[in-house]
Design a binder for this molecule. Structure first.
Ligand code: C2G
Length: 132
């Protein structure tokens, strides 16, 4: 069984996230998502709209996702790859090169981001609507 691992906040879930999760799953048989905790998001200067528990529940309902684990720190990835016997690590290519240190432990794949959508775009667009 080929195991795939990816990480993210996945707030205000959108088709860019789904495109990533679908393609990640297509690379193997079992997809694990390391979901950024609310605490960890503070370190990313992100304030997710949905709590960790609600983002976790939403991700677990997606057909491509087999398991969700918490992402608490930047430096848990090597241990996660080892503990979960991960074969392929996947991220969107906005992270290209940032996780190449994992190549010692597994395959590293950066997938093209979906153009034209992001959680911050959704928030901005909704603000414009609200404020006119
Ligand atoms: N993504 C994408 N296309 C978009 C938006 C996001 O392919 N239009 C991808 C990102 O590249 C990432 C994943 O969807 O691989 C999740 O995106 P975020 O929730 O924004 O995750 P991020 O804040 O980049 O967290 O340790 C890694 C970090 O936790 C990654």
């Amino acid at each position: 069984m080929k195991k795939v691992l990816t990480y993210g906040t996945f707030d205000l879930l959108h088709f860019g996230h789904i495109n990533l999760l679908r393609r990640a799953k297509e690379l193997g048989d079992y997809l694990i998502v390391g979901l950024s905790t609310d605490e960890f998001n503070k370190g990313k200067n992100k304030q997710a709209y949905h709590s960790f528990e609600n983002r976790k529940m939403i991700l677990e309902s997606i057909r491509y996702v087999d398991e969700v684990i918490p992402e608490n720190t930047w430096d848990q990835k090597i241990q996660d790859v080892i503990d979960h016997n991960v074969d392929i690590f996947v991220m969107g290519d906005d992270w290209k090169g940032k996780f190449d240190f994992l190549k010692e432990y597994c395959e590293v794949v950066y997938l093209p981001r979906t153009i034209g959508i992001s959680t911050s775009k959704i928030k901005n667009d909704l603000n414009v609507v609200k404020n006119g």
